[in-house]
Design a binder for this molecule. Structure first.
Ligand code: ADP
Ligand code: MG
Length: 232
């Protein structure tokens, strides 16, 4: 599903340059649930942003679903993002003046679906994350865990090939983090490929494979015994 080879990324700042990714190789098969771990500043978000076509690598190759991602103009990149990728962020990134339903329906608008179809599909996904009865509520009326579930419904609505989550539990307490990870496990068990960036070991162990980043390289990449969350 994802193949990256010798990926490099530096940030230029005035006369100095910060080499953040120093030759990253890894493959993700369809259906995997992978944690990308590393301390703050280790380049996790940089890597995820490249995988999410929000940023470009300086060197190396990236194939997504057997398609080479390179030299895309903004418009094509946006199209691919919409079609192939769903994003979940630490800070939810919901639109505050829109209802839960409207937030989930938004990616479908960009796919050109009619209003009625958008609303029907959005409601199905809200139901899937257990928030059908909250569809008319605005983000300010929702708890952190509910907001993240709306964001997950939004990420799923366009039926992407891959979900990319950057510290999805970073703004949540531990009980709510478990709820969100239980939902991520459920979605993965239904077949979705998911990458979760985290700096928390407990969260990483809820995935099926852990990739450790340090000083710009992968220092460890192993399958783990998944801590399956029950009864939340
Ligand atoms: P992580 O997500 O693991 O905390 P990041 O990928 O956000 O790490 O950042 C890796 C390093 O790159 C950090 O030192 C950070 O300060 C730096 N960095 C990230 N984004 C930029 C940017 N746009 N310009 C300059 N430096 C950046
Ligand atoms: Mg980060």
């Amino acid at each position: 599903m994802i193949k990256i080879d010798k990926l490099h990324k530096s940030y230029e700042m005035g006369s100095s340059s910060l080499h953040v990714l120093k030759g990253i190789d890894f493959n993700v098969e369809a259906g995997e649930l992978v944690a990308i771990m590393g301390s703050s500043g280790s380049g996790k978000s940089t890597l995820l942003n490249i995988l999410g076509m929000l940023d470009n690598a300086d060197d190396g190759t990236y194939d997504l679903d057997e398609m080479r991602i390179e030299n895309l103009d903004e418009k094509t990149a946006a199209e691919y993002r919409n079609k192939f990728l769903g994003f979940i962020f630490q800070s939810f990134n919901l639109i505050n003046y829109k209802s839960a339903l409207e937030n989930v329906a938004l990616p479908l608008y960009y796919q050109g679906l009619k209003r009625k179809d958008r609303q029907k599909i959005a409601l199905e996904y809200l139901d899937k994350v257990g928030l059908k009865n909250w569809s008319t509520h605005h983000p300010s009326e929702l708890s952190g865990g509910q907001k993240q579930r709306v964001a997950i419904a939004r990420a799923l609505a366009s039926n992407p090939k891959v979900l990319l989550a950057d510290e999805p539990t970073g703004a949540l307490d531990s009980t709510t983090s478990m709820e969100v990870m239980a939902l991520i496990q459920k979605i993965n068990n239904e077949g979705k490929t998911i990458l979760v960036v985290t700096h928390e070991h407990d969260i990483a162990m809820m995935c099926k494979r852990v990739v450790n980043l340090k000083d710009g390289v992968i220092v460890e990449d192993k399958k783990v015994k998944q801590n399956i969350i029950k009864n939340v």
